[in-house]
Design a binder for this molecule. Structure first.
Ligand code: JB3
Length: 220
């Protein structure tokens, strides 16, 4: 019998990011049937009323029971990407969590497993890569390319034609000027103002942003 469209959903990760994602998914129309959470800490508990069912090892049996959609709600970029690959390999469809309070241009392109929070604005012809997070109130302007599993933290302002690499982290309230390129796995500090290209796997902070190390530190 043909499988129905994905509507029974499991959330991978049960921390702070998952709380925001759960509320976005609950506001979806048609609503998701959120069956539960799998988490590295399997202690029986609930997150905003959604039960933690166990560890990731539970995913194959959930899939066998007909749960066919998943959202990887992990903030750490590299781990989110790793878990997304394994979850998809089990046959789950990675769906998007788009806040009804976000503003999306009709010409913007979204990947899969994308999170777009309340107050975010995605402008014309922007390309939002798989598994990326466009966090609360972040502004993504025209033709911006956000790489896979990148995280644009709350309140960022990303001007037109910016390219952000895979798994890059743009810290809270950072500003990136038009046409800038930020390499994969780079980290931009909170409230930085980026006026030059930033190389992959470097950390840059300040106004104007200056590279302080060649190995990203902290959350990515
Ligand atoms: O900055 C903002 C607005 N949000 C942050 C978000 C983007 O990233 C937030 O403040 C945190 O910095 C972070 O949220 P996250 O990822 O929910 O962090 P935390 O609250 O520490 O929860 C991580 C959860 O992932 C914990 O419950 C861990 O047990 C769980 N976890 C760790 N490894 C895992 C695994 N869960 C599963 N299913 N599999 C794992 O391998």
């Amino acid at each position: 019998m043909a499988e129905t469209l994905p509507r029974r959903l499991v959330v991978v990760g049960g921390g702070g990011h998952a709380k925001v994602i759960l509320e976005i998914l609950r506001a979806a129309s048609p609503p998701w049937d959120i069956v539960g959470i799998v988490d590295a800490d399997p202690d029986p508990r609930s997150v905003l009323g959604v039960p933690v069912l166990g560890r990731d090892s539970l995913l194959p049996s959930l899939r066998a029971e007909g749960v066919n959609a998943a959202f990887v709600a992990i903030g750490e970029n590299e781990l989110r990407q790793k878990l997304a690959i394994s979850t998809q390999d089990l046959g789950f469809e990675l769906v998007n969590a788009i806040s009804p309070a976000a503003t999306l241009s009709p010409s913007a392109r979204l990947g899969r497993g994308v999170a777009i929070m309340a107050g975010a604005v995605i402008n014309a012809a922007a390309d939002i890569g798989d598994l990326s997070i466009i966090n609360t109130g972040a502004l993504i302007d025209h033709d911006v390319q956000v790489g896979e599993a990148a995280h644009i933290a709350p309140g960022c302002a990303i001007a037109g034609n910016v390219a952000i690499g895979e798994r890059a982290f743009i810290g809270v309230g950072a500003t990136v000027l038009p046409g800038i390129s930020i390499g994969e796995d780079a980290m931009i500090g909170a409230a930085a103002c980026v006026i030059h290209d930033i190389a992959a796997r470097t950390t840059a902070v300040g106004v104007p942003a200056r590279v302080i190390s060649n190995v990203p530190k902290g959350p990515r």
